[in-house]
Design a protein around this ligand. Structure first.
Ligand SMILES: [Zn+2]
Length: 281
């Protein structure tokens, strides 16, 4: 136990400062994207089976739509540059820039040294949810992904259909390798449709039944050529538990939508980060 100082109340009352004001970030041209989405042509579709994952390539300048089908289901999404797998989604910096949960207008940023928008969220049928009375919201970038290592620490079991393993298997199939040889490329995810937050009293990560229903969707605009890998989490709607075969699980659908010619003439794929890489050496 520590004794609070005399000015404890005054110290606690200091107003917070937002770490990264985003006003100077290059703003996406949302009206341009949304106009291109209206009559974009549906193409390649991939149905992700429950407790499994699959891959889809999304060319720069097209859309990736992720849809709930059949029943409430959350998904764990990895994004790679399709031409350089060392460039991948950086959930921590995305969280620092846009907050714990992301929706329309927010961007999914890539890791160092490229740090640029990989994708921009242009449509989200769950945007209405906002932040509930528990501090919960949808599409988080705070969870990492369910994985067999943490599960083994907590339950001393070998469970093979956690999102980490599902993503590793799907990526391995895509690359023609063994999951063990590619799992280091799997990274912290965007928890699509998942409803999460931190408990106010203990600060613990919580989940609750996702508000997603069949027909709901989220659509990303691919700012660069993307390889998307999506796992239909063994937690189903994440109302009770994950890392097991207990929860009701449903498939998810991924679909590429291609804008009509001329719709995106004003758009340019973002360049890699402009920092010179000197690091003071
Ligand atoms: Zn999972």
């Amino acid at each position: 136990m520590t004794n609070a100082p005399d000015d404890a109340a005054a110290r606690r009352a200091v107003e917070p400062v937002v770490c990264y004001p985003v006003e100077t970030l290059p703003a996406p041209d949302l009206p341009l994207y949304q106009d291109a989405l209206v009559d974009a042509v549906p193409g390649m579709t991939q149905r992700v089976p429950p407790r499994d994952a699959d891959t889809i390539v999304v060319p720069a300048g097209s859309f990736l739509q992720i849809k709930s089908v059949e029943g409430p289901q959350v998904g764990d999404l990895n994004l790679f540059s399709a031409t350089d797998l060392s460039e991948r989604f950086y959930s921590g910096k995305t969280r620092a820039l846009h907050g714990t949960h992301i929706t329309v207008g927010d961007r999914m940023w890539s890791n160092f040294p490229k740090l640029r928008p990989m994708a921009t969220i242009v449509q989200d049928s769950l945007e209405w949810y906002g932040i509930d009375q528990f501090g919960g919201s949808v599409h988080d970038v705070i969870g990492t992904r369910c994985d067999p290592y943490t599960h083994h620490l907590l339950a001393a079991e070998h469970y093979h259909h956690c999102c980490h393993s599902n993503l590793s298997r799907a990526l391995a199939t895509y690359l023609g390798k063994h999951p063990r040889d590619v799992e280091h490329l799997v990274h912290d995810v965007l928890n699509v449709f998942m409803c999460t937050g931190f408990t106010r009293d203990t600060g613990q990560y919580f989940m609750k039944a996702s508000p997603v229903r069949p027909g709901d969707s989220i659509t990303l605009f691919a700012e660069i050529d993307l390889l998307a890998v999506l796992s239909a989490c063994p937690g189903g709607d994440c109302s009770s538990e994950h890392s097991s075969d207990v929860a009701a699980c449903f498939p998810l659908e991924m679909q590429v939508l291609t804008p009509l010619d001329g719709k995106l003439d004003k758009w340019r794929s973002p360049p890699i980060n402009g920092y010179d890489g000197g690091h003071g050496a």
